[in-house]
Design a protein around this ligand. Structure first.
Ligand code: MF3
Ligand code: CO
Length: 247
């Protein structure tokens, strides 16, 4: 069921989104070679709590950490551990913040030290695919409009678009209806209404789009070991466009 948010809920999501955005900026400054993904998890947890909010991935369906840290060929939902980041790695950080009863969800892919040009390009194209996806979106648009735009853009660079995971409604819960695939056909799928809040999150690979879930039940990685990037924001659908809440 799609939940259209009222003004009070939207205001809470704006505040939640600002805390999430600030957390990602702090994490970006914190990341360097030699630290572990657990260090980032602890750092993020402390920061979010200091802002009076909650990291809402923690405990979600049994998820054991406050953030997801997905290094190199890991696409999403990597669990923070004692692995040290190395110069040249790329790391996607994905998290949800709960504030005044409302969740927001966002992700970025960061570089560790000196990163190769091809990895930098993957990160840039993944980010731009998000903006292509939401470019013409407003109340009355359809979910397939986003999917087609993301897919066309990412595939024009020869990249793979992960199909098994998708964006989603967000706000009262981390995951709400509708699902927002990163592929598809414009003019198809659910209609977007004013007051809906959704997370749009392209997951793009340098090689094959096929992925598998590791034995821990969470970590999603590329089948062919190719690098993956993730870019996500929570946005509000308005009469004439969108308002990005986590930027
Ligand atoms: N942004 C992630 C998603 O939409 C957050 C999931 S919560 C976690 O899948 F428990 F998986 F961390
Ligand atoms: Co999400």
């Amino acid at each position: 069921m799609v939940i259209v948010k009222n003004e009070k809920q939207i205001q809470a999501m704006r505040e939640s989104g600002r805390i999430l955005r600030d957390t990602l900026l702090k994490i970006e400054e914190f990341i360097k070679a030699g630290i572990t993904t657990k260090d980032i998890d602890k750092f993020a947890h402390r920061y979010i709590v200091s802002r009076g909010a909650k990291p809402s991935c923690l405990g979600y369906m049994g998820y054991p950490a406050s953030i997801c840290t997905s290094v190199n060929e890991v696409v999403v939902h990597g669990i923070p551990d004692d692995t040290k980041l190395q110069n040249g790695d790329i790391i996607s950080v994905d998290l949800c913040v709960l504030y005044k009863g409302m969740h927001t969800d966002a992700a970025r892919t960061f570089c560790v030290g000196e990163v190769s040009e091809d990895k930098k390009k993957l990160i840039e194209v993944t980010k731009q695919s998000f903006f292509e996806g939401i470019k013409h979106i407003k109340a009355g648009s359809r979910v397939g409009d986003i999917g087609e735009a993301v897919q066309k853009y990412a595939e024009s660079f020869g990249y793979g678009v992960v199909r098994e995971l998708q964006g989603h409604g967000v706000g009262c819960q981390i995951h709400e209806d509708p699902g927002i695939p990163n592929f598809g056909k414009k003019g198809t799928g659910e209609f977007l209404k004013e007051g809906m809040t959704i997370a749009v999150e392209p997951m793009i690979t340098m090689g094959s789009p096929e992925v598998f879930v590791a034995e821990d039940g969470w970590t999603v990685a590329t089948d062919d070991g190719s690098m993956a990037a993730h870019y996500e924001n929570t946005l509000l659908i308005t009469k004439d466009g969108v308002e990005i809440l986590t930027l």
